[in-house]
Design a protein around this ligand. Sequence first.
Ligand SMILES: [Zn+2]
Length: 93
Amino acid sequence: MKTSLLQKLACPFDKHDLELKVFKQEQDTILEGILTCTQCNRYYPIIYGVPIMSPDEYREKSLEHPLLHRWGLQLDNDSKTFRLLAAGQEIEK
Ligand SMILES: [Zn+2]
């Protein structure tokens, strides 16, 4: 996706602003990255330049986890929704 598109994107769940973290970029196109909602903490990965912003029920955690793991992100595994752990939060063993 183009970096300029970010201003038009909002969380599909609560319409709040999204925060972008870029992992791979070519000129003004983001190839890999992650959008996080500042309100509900849901994450939306950008894979092969496409932001995955489907509702929770249409998403497949097993497909997204390896990628997020490669990016060094911690996930809330027990949660039914797609949220990242807040910074400093520990994963319970
Ligand atoms: Zn949200």
